[in-house]
Write a protein that binds this ligand. Sequence first.
Ligand SMILES: [Cu+2]
Length: 176
Amino acid sequence: MTRINRRIILLGGGVTAALGNPFLALAHARVEIEMRGTSRGERIWFDPIGLAVAPGTTLRFTNRDPGNSHTATTYHPQIFGRARRIPASAEPWNSDYLLPAESFEITLTVPGIYDYYCIPHEMAAMIGRIVVGTPDSAGWEGPSGDRDDISNEVLAALPTVDAILANGRIGMEDRP
Ligand SMILES: [Cu+2]
C-alpha cells in the first residue's frame, strides 16, 4: 500500500490535471472487466473493451459467460512469443482459463498502454485495452510499435488511447 501511495504522489501534476476526470481519481479502486458472450456463442467480448485507470488500480476479470471459458492474456514475448503490447517494464500476465463465474485479479502500476486478448477467442476479436495513467504520467511507456502478429481486423476492434482517455470506459454499447 505504501508503495502505491508513493507512486500516486509522484504523479503529482498528472493527478491534478485529471481531477476533471472522475475515473482517474479512483486510485486504489478495484475495477471490474467482464467476459461476456451471447447464449449460443455467436459473439464474445470483454466489457468494457477500453478502460482508463489510475496507476495502482486492481482489475478484476470475471467470466460472466455461462457458455464459454475465457482468458485475459497480455501480448508479450514471454507468453506464446507474442509481440509486446504492454509497457516494457510491466510484468506480463495471463489469467489462464476462467470457467463461468471465476475471476482473476491483477494490479497495474506502470503507466502506459496494455493490450490483452482471450487465448481461444482472439480471432473473434475478443481483445481489450487498458490505459494506466495518462501520457504525461511519470514513467509513461507508449506502445512498443510491434504489431505485426495481430491481424488488422482484430486490431481494428481496439478503441484508440484518445477515445479511452476521453471516455474513461468504452463498453460494447459505445461501439460504432
Ligand atoms: Cu474468450
